[in-house]
Design a binder for this molecule. Structure first.
Ligand code: ATP
Ligand code: MG
Length: 225
């Protein structure tokens, strides 16, 4: 069974009374272990697709199924739990808390979920992203690439089935960005998650198992390899 299914999904936004058709009848299946690059011009619907995939927002028509469950059918508690435990998010701006240490940033989702003694899990995730030994630093003592690695470690703390990254290399130089993309691809395979990366990077497109090209809210092309 796919981790994520879009079944004829459309998404309209209303701005000043005018509808914007951000996604138009889009269908897509993503499996565990699959690394998907989502590309297309600014405004084609990449972030909208990621927000629907992570149940941060809901389709206007059609269905988004996460592990076979329609996101639109979930109530508050179920949604919070799903977003927190089944999905990991990575952002262009890293979104680390600067008053917390690296360890504390990575542990935060576990603490919010009421788990005690999260240090071992955090230590393991930091090893996955090759940041052993930096747990006691604060974010301002890290490079941009290292900050994004911390964000990746945090996104993986619950061992989510789905990892969503919205332009994760947008604030990094090309070389550092490519290292992050390769890291995401490796972890997708090793941790058997499904990963979708919205990106303008050519490297991401070349690393991906599946390349999804959006145009004006529709899938223009899917290439699998
Ligand atoms: N909250 C919103 N309210 C109204 N319109 C929105 C909203 N979010 C996105 N849109 C519109 O939906 C369309 C798709 O936007 P989206 O952010 O998904 O594009 P994108 O592919 O992520 O672009 P970029 O590469 O610039 O990040 C655009 O026309 C955008 O203006
Ligand atoms: Mg976007």
């Amino acid at each position: 069974m796919p981790i994520l299914s879009f079944e004829d999904v459309s998404k309209d936004y209303l701005t000043d009374g005018q509808p914007v058709h951000a996604l138009k009848g889009l269908s897509l299946n993503v499996k565990r272990g699959e690394f998907v690059a989502l590309v297309g011009r600014s405004g084609c619907g990449k972030s909208t697709l990621l927000n629907l995939a992570g149940a941060m927002d809901f389709p206007t028509t059609g269905k988004v199924l996460l592990d076979g469950v329609s996101t639109s059918s979930l109530k508050d508690n179920g949604l919070t739990q799903l977003r927190r435990e089944r999905v990991g998010f990575i952002f262009q701006s890293f979104q680390l808390l600067h008053t917390l240490t690296v360890f504390e940033n990575v542990e935060l989702p576990l603490l919010l979920a009421g788990k005690h003694n999260p240090r071992e899990a955090a230590r393991e995730r930091l090893a996955w992203v090759e940041l052993e030994g930096l747990g006691d630093r604060h974010p301002h003592q890290l490079s941009g690439g290292q900050m994004q690695r911390v964000a990746v470690a945090r996104a993986l703390i619950h061992s989510p089935s789905l990892l969503l990254a919205d332009e994760p290399t947008g604030n990094l130089d090309t070389t550092t960005g490519n290292v992050i993309l390769e890291l995401l691809r490796r972890l997708t395979r090793e941790q058997n998650t499904a990963t979708i990366v919205a990106t303008h990077s050519l490297e991401a497109a070349s690393l991906a198992n599946t390349l999804v090209r959006l145009r004006d809210g529709k899938i223009e092309e899917i290439t699998r390899r």
